[in-house]
Design a protein around this ligand. Sequence first.
Ligand code: FES
Length: 105
Amino acid sequence: MTERVRVATLAELGPGCMRAVLVDGLPIALANVEGTIYAFGDACRHEGGPLSAGILIGDTVTCPWHGWTYSVRTGKSIVPPIGLRIPTYAVVIEGDVIYLDIVWA
Ligand code: FES
């Protein structure tokens, strides 16, 4: 089942910024990369560090705890260990509002 959930407004997420949201207890990070909004799991695959508190450079996010780095577009780890992935979520913009389409299993 897919559920569309309102998570923020564009005014709350300026270019180059990240923000943490909770959707039914699911930690999700939002990132604004040059005007494009991406959504991905906010728990690092290493030890669960909060990626939304990390460093956003271009379309990559680096975990604040030990530096694992992921693509915010694909969720793939881009430094060893290669092949790990964090979940990504479909973003829908309507007017000034950011929605996520969450697929619940
Ligand atoms: S918890 Fe993210 S790199 Fe260790």
